[in-house]
Design a protein around this ligand. Sequence first.
Ligand code: FAD
Length: 340
Amino acid sequence: MKILALFHTQAGGGLPKAALEVLTAAAALKEQTGGTLAVGIIGQGAAEAADNVAGCGAASFLTVSAAAVAQPRYATDTAAAAALIKESGADLVMAPGTARFARCLPGAAHRAGAQIDTHIVSVKAEGEKVRAQRWFYRQRILVSFSRTDRPWIILADAGVNAPWQGAAGTANSREAAVNFSDTDLRTSVIGTRSPAADAQTIKPDVPLLFVAGAGWTKKQKDGQFHIAEAGVLIQDFLLKATASLGSSKSLVDLQSEGQETLSFMTHMNQVGQTGSTPRHAKGLSTCCHGEEPHAVGWRFINERRAVNLDPNCGWAQGKADVVYVGDAFEVMAKVNAMLS
Ligand SMILES: Cc1cc2nc3c(=O)[nH]c(=O)nc-3n(C[C@H](O)[C@H](O)[C@H](O)COP(=O)(O)OP(=O)(O)OC[C@H]3O[C@@H](n4cnc5c(N)ncnc54)[C@H](O)[C@@H]3O)c2cc1C
């Protein structure tokens, strides 16, 4: 079986962590199938990136580093990826599910006559037969499946494999010739706009998820709302602990209902059945009841703790490892003081 590990470089050069994770899986698959591995890299600095993973056991390294692919662009990325898939003659293509690849690889699959599956969390081989796994129905059903169509492109989720570590060297990479048409070059990236670092509350790569629930916006024991104070406590903690911010649905819904709430919270933060299912080593839930439609989004949080006034809250019903029965305003103020 011919396996192609297909990557792109990131801004500033080098391979993203998600690519190194896929390399671990591709190298393991090569061993399991007794097949061959090729590495294909698109983007600026592709040859240097190939040298950095020279010790991965790949028999060949193909690159597309033309100026046309220096920046992500659907048309040129699709053309480059399709060219590498065809040139490698791969049966199986493994690639990270980055934003850049999620956008262009379905188009590349069409051009290369390939099948493609996204959000794959595991790939294993029994002889020539390759089985992939992905979650369905909001991470409730894990499905193992196989395909006989070739080439088969597999876009892997981040965080499910350890990043590849190994010796750099001389990859002797070969630049593939890709003919980019004028139409391919029609769109140009004139700049990027990103929020200030402290406005980015969703951080998939940090160890800790901090979840705020609607309790932060409820009347507290003095009969008053303390929403501004809640905002300060939460943001202070996020900064000090470098945590990613999650929310319950009730809290983010308040905004659309016109109620005063935490201004830095959006629907993007919502964790749960109709929100996200982030992956972090630890999670701390505060002022959130831990109802099933919320807690299902914690499926990939390994160690779970919660702070709630209610000793019978959902977290205490076997959904958390530790529940602190207490006032989150007081607890987080103390935690922040300890972190200072
Ligand atoms: C089809 C469907 C899909 C849904 N999808 C999602 C989803 O994706 N994500 C999601 O989150 N929900 C989802 N829900 C809603 C979910 O069922 C709950 O209604 C929601 O999670 C409740 O949010 P909450 O726990 O923040 O608020 P509440 O239920 O209002 O709980 C607030 C909690 O704060 C505690 N509290 C108050 N003050 C303090 C304090 N000072 N210190 C400590 N604790 C305090 C209270 O004891 C209480 O437990 C869905 C529901 C349905 C029907």
